[in-house]
Design a protein around this ligand. Sequence first.
Ligand code: FE2
Length: 144
Amino acid sequence: MDRKLFLQNSAILAGATILPTASAFSPNLEINVMDKLTDANCNFIQQSLPYAENFLEPYMDAETLHLHYTFHHGGAMKGANKDMENIRKAMDSNSFETVDYYTKKLAYHFSSHVMHSIFWTNLTNKKTAPAGKLLKDIEKDLGS
Ligand SMILES: [Fe+2]
């Protein structure tokens, strides 16, 4: 396998294997496809929030949520798409040092995209407390 094909396959496998098989997304939000990170053309996409921007108040105000979602998460998603574009161009010109450079940038942007997508699905405006196995593990490992 030549280096170009290896890098091509590695990028695809990295995207497919970075997420655990047991989803980290909140199950009720998987229905809303918040966990879908790419479109049919393998471009990274940012799903709409599954709630209104003021949903998390008073814990996170609407302006903070808007800025975080739009510019932090949105920036990561746009950066990942730009990185992929630059990787493709570098591969087409056999510039493997440039491929390495943009692959590192892609790792940063893609992980931010994944982590933010998980983040949005695990927030609530209701007060909750650990229960079940999580509570038992906290008590076992950290005391009461
Ligand atoms: Fe963030």
